[in-house]
Design a protein around this ligand. Structure first.
Ligand SMILES: [Zn+2]
Ligand SMILES: [Zn+2]
Length: 111
């Protein structure tokens, strides 16, 4: 189930609200997307991620990770018995770190 979202256009000013100018086509100055994300949780949910999840109908009974994969935004790590899910880029980073193709490398435990 993919929700249809409005099309957003970068405005040339950072959307975190810091007032900095951004690169052409960018919503945020470098790293400010994470600041905006944390600020939203702080502003609306008392800084509590459990409250954020609950407000959107997620929690232990309904996995936001599962929904992210269902929506096609995140992918599951293709390794057998691995729980890891994330963006295509983070799955690649995860695979390099935890499933090295060089099997002589010492196996690391999944965090
Ligand atoms: Zn900013
Ligand atoms: Zn994995």
């Amino acid at each position: 189930m993919t929700r249809s979202l409005p099309r957003l256009i970068p405005t040339g000013t950072c959307w975190c609200g810091c007032g900095k100018e951004t690169a052409i086509g960018a919503f945020f100055s470098q790293g400010h997307d994470k600041i905006a994300e944390a600020a939203l949780v702080a502003a609306e949910f008392n800084g509590s991620v459990p409250q954020l999840l609950h407000a959107h109908g997620y929690g232990p009974g309904r996995s936001a990770i599962h929904q992210a994969v269902e929506a096609g935004t995140w992918q599951a790590c293709p390794e057998k018995d691995c729980w890891y899910k994330g963006t295509a880029q983070s799955v690649r980073t995860h695979q390099r770190k935890y499933h090295p193709t060089d099997h002589s490398a010492q196996a690391k435990s999944i965090p």
